[in-house]
Each structure stands twice: as structure tokens, then as C-alpha cells.
Ligand binder design. Sequence first.
Ligand code: TTP
Ligand code: MG
Length: 580
Amino acid sequence: MVLGAIFLTGANFFLVWIPVLIRQTMDRVEQLSENNYQVPDRILETLFTTEAAEVLGWNSLILIGTVFMYGVLLFATRQTLIVTSRKVEFDIRNDIVNKLMKLPQSFYSRYSSGEVYVRATEDVNKVREYYGPVIMYSINTITRAGFVLTMMFLVNTELTLWALLPLPLISFFAYWITGFIHRHSTIIQEQYSVLAGRAKETFSSIRLIKAFNRLEYEQNRFEKESESYRVKKLRLDMIESLFHPGLNFLIGISLIIVIWKGGEMVIAGTLTIGNIAEFLIYVAYLIWPVAALGYTTNRFQRSLASWERISEILNLDAQIENKEEPITKEVEGAIEFRNVSFKYPETEELVLKNLNLKIHPGENVAIVGRTGAGKTSLVQLIPRLFDPVKGNIRLDGIPLKDWSLEKIRESIGFVPQETFLFSDTIGENIAFGVQGASQKMIEDSAEKAQVKDNILDFEKKFKTMLGERGITLSGGQKQRTAIARALIKDPKILIFDDSLSAVDTKTEDAILKHLRSELSGRTTIMISHRISTIKDADMIYYIEEGQIVESGTHENLLAGKGHYFDMYNKQMLEEELAEI
Ligand code: TTP
Ligand code: MG
């Protein structure tokens, strides 16, 4: 940046000599022409006398040299300052994304994805403008005004004062209009996000909209937003069209003052014609820096506001991160909850209350309970998606906080309740579980999850695209793809959050059989609403309102005639009814 400032100062140094050279040339030409005043026809002739040629030739050469130096230095300035600002932008953006990856879930419930996106794009861009244009124009204004004003005062103080008279107006006008443009652009930007968000939502739920016959309603809603965007945009366009005519008008006034006052002085004999030309150029030189003063003040305020929003993110505490020298040894799979209480950051109510649970390595555990009981919340604590508010969780007898996050997460195969698949090939979706998975690994885990046959039925097999530009899998196919994604990691701990709910009982049996042979030696936690899925588990926990109210094997629990027994009876009854 220092280098850029030096280049820019140099460029402006060369710039101020241009009007001087023009003045000298004009004055010399005038002198020469005055000698021949009687015969104007001979002016042309005069120009080719040695003296005239000398004046014009030399001055032109020097002028070209000066302009060339100015150009070279200006190029160097942009190359240093703008390139620097791009590098700054690159660093800030990477820092933000790095931070965003680590921020706790509470952050994502506080900020919408749109807001996060704007901070990582728009705001970073505005901060970049600070390092680029704002600094560049500021240095330019200072150095150019310094040089130009010095020259002007040296030539004629009175005319200088006259010429400067309208300049503050220009500065103020530029400040006012760029401020207005900025405020409206912000509103328009927001309106645009609303519009884009609405369109995205509409098209991703197009099936629902058609099924509910809401086409016209959605169309009208969109049209209304679109109209509001149009009106705002037109207003901005009008103000923007005012900018240049307004600026030119003020410039015109300055120039007229110079010619008027300068003219008077020339008539009085205190100034030359060349001086007027010189002054006109000086005034033109000052216009942009003076307008930039207003413009950069605005930009600077914007950059500052953006920087505040960015540093807010950068200064947030990641909360869940590695302590110094975390444990990275191999995981065996013993999990223990000790007096664990948990609530979500955005709510007050405890979701898990003083919960105790001990799972041995290789044990096959099931968790059942009514909807909303806290099953999902419980298993989310194991890979540390959240931390408990009270109590602690131990892995192999060591508190989770002492483990390396990467090690814990690497050792857990998690199949979440809501399946999310990327808009990518089905093979890549399965391979997501591990880095550098081979085709064989992908196929093996698809086989284990009982989804391989389905995949082979697709025309492009494992290369079938999913999601927006591809096919939509059935609910059960999705779940089994997610299971394959967890199995490919070959993890010590497997967590299935209601992951077989969308498959029929026959497929479920096949998966369970495979898993059982596969799972020996692995700790598994299986959440389910279906007794058939979990009745063979080593241990079943029944959760109610964030507490374990019953535990034991299937037989134990039935004999206890409690909640589990009721649940079992209800499901048996349903099955019998279904058979009738
Ligand atoms: P869950 O733990 O999701 O309940 P569950 O998994 O037992 O229910 P289901 O069988 O239907 O899957 O929710 C417990 C409470 O926590 C519930 O009141 C909703 C609340 N909750 C949040 O506030 N934020 C969250 O991200 C989740 C998952 C739940
Ligand atoms: Mg759940």
C-alpha cells in the first residue's frame, strides 16, 4: 500500500506539469502570432519558422513524456493498490468461511443462511473497497489537491479563490447523492433477496404448490414482490441519472467563473490567455478528487459498517473446539452420560434432564419413546453437535471435551433422522463419509445398506445424479443411501436416528441381519418407533420428557408392564388390524 501511495503521488506530480506546458506553449504561440498580427494569413507560415517549430516541437515532446510518465505511474498504482485489496479480500473471505464452519449450532439458529451469505460476499466486498478505492481515492485527493493548489496559488491567488468557490458544493453534492444511492441500493438489495428467496422456495416446492392448487396464489405473491422491486429500482435509476448532469452543471459554473474573472484580468493585463487555459485544466483536475471526497466518505462509512458485521462473526467464540493437546487415540466405543442436562440455545426448557446412561463397547442399544421425548437431542450430543449444559459425557471413560473433535467424529457413523443428500451422484453421496473412498468401498457399503440393487437398476448406476438436476429417490432409498454413507466410514460407533422408518419390514430385516454380522464389536445406538426394529437389542431405554424411565431387554421390559409394554401392545394391535 505504501508503494501504491508513492506511485500515486508520483503520477500526480507529473500531472500538474501538463497545464504548465500548455500555458507556456500557448503564450509563446500568442507572442509569435502577435508579431504577425497584421497579416493573419501568415500565422500558418509563422508556425513553420524555426522558432515556432522549436517551441511547439519541444513542448509537445515534453508533454508527451509527461503524460506517458503519468500513465505508467497510474498503472503501477492500480496494480499495487487494487491487487493488495484483492488479497485482503481473499484472506478475509477464507477467515470467515473457516470460522463459519466451526461456529456452534446456536449461531445458525440466530442468523438465517441468507444473512450469513451476505456477510461472506457483500460485506467482504465492501471491506475490500476500503483497501482499494477508498484508500486510493483518498491518497489521490490529498496529493493531487496539494500539487494543483500550490501551482494555482503560485500563478494567481485571487483567481484561485474564485475558482475554488463552487468546489465544496460539488463535494457536498457527491456525498449527498452517493449516500442516497447507497441507501436505496441497500433497500433494493434486500428486496432482491426477498424476491430471489421466494422464487427459490417456490420452485423447490413446486410439487406441493401444484398439489395444493396454489399456482395462482404463488404467482400473485411473486408479482407483488416483483412490482415492489421494479418501483424501487426505477426510483434509484432516476437519482443515478441526476448524478452526471448535476455534476456537469456545477463543473460548468466553475469553468465560467474562471473564464469570466480570468478574462477580466487578461484585459487588465495581469494575466495571460495561457493562464486561463492552465486554470481551466487545473479546475478540471480538482473536480474528480473533490467529488471523490464525498464519494469516499460514503464508501468509508459503508466499509466500516461491513467491517463491524464481519468482525462480529470473526470474534464469535466457536465454543465447541479442540482444547490444547486433545486426545487422538483409537476409540473403543464405551459411552457414558453422567447427570446430563441439555437445552437448545434458543429455548429455555430443558430437553434432557439429569440423564444417566452407560453403554459398553460393542453393545447394541436401542432408544425408544414418544415423539418429542428427546431421543434425537440425546444422540446429537455424542458427536458434539451440541454440548450439554450440565453434567458430562465420557467416551472410553474420558470426557468428550478432552478428545480431539476430529477423532470423535471420525469414529462415529451418524445417520440423522432427516436424510440430506447432496446434488451430486449417488456414488459421491455415499463416498462423502470418508475421504478418497474407492468404488469397491462404495459398492460394499451400498450392498450392506441394501440399496445396491436399487442403484444398479438406475441407468447410470452409481453415477446417477441426485437432487435438483437429477432424480429424486424414494424415502426408503434415501434412508438407505444415508446408511451406506455412515457404513462406509467403518466406524466404531453407529448411530441410527429412526433410520429405517421409511423401509418395509422385509428390507428392514435384511439390513438388520447384515448389520448384526457386520456390527459385532461396534457400539450401536438405534432409535426407532417400531418395536420390530429394536426388540433384539442388548439394552432398550425408554425415554419420556428427557429422562430415562425404563430400561432392560425386550423381555424384561414387557414383564415390567410399563410404557414399553403399552407401546408394544398398541403396535401388535395395529398389526393385527392391518392383517384383517
Ligand atoms: P427431539 O429430541 O427431536 O425429540 P425426538 O427425537 O424424541 O422426537 P421424534 O421421535 O419425533 O424424532 O426433540 C425434543 C425437543 O427438543 C422437542 O420439544 C423439540 C426440541 N428441539 C429443538 O428445540 N431444537 C432442535 O434442533 C431439535 C432436534 C429439537
Ligand atoms: Mg427425533
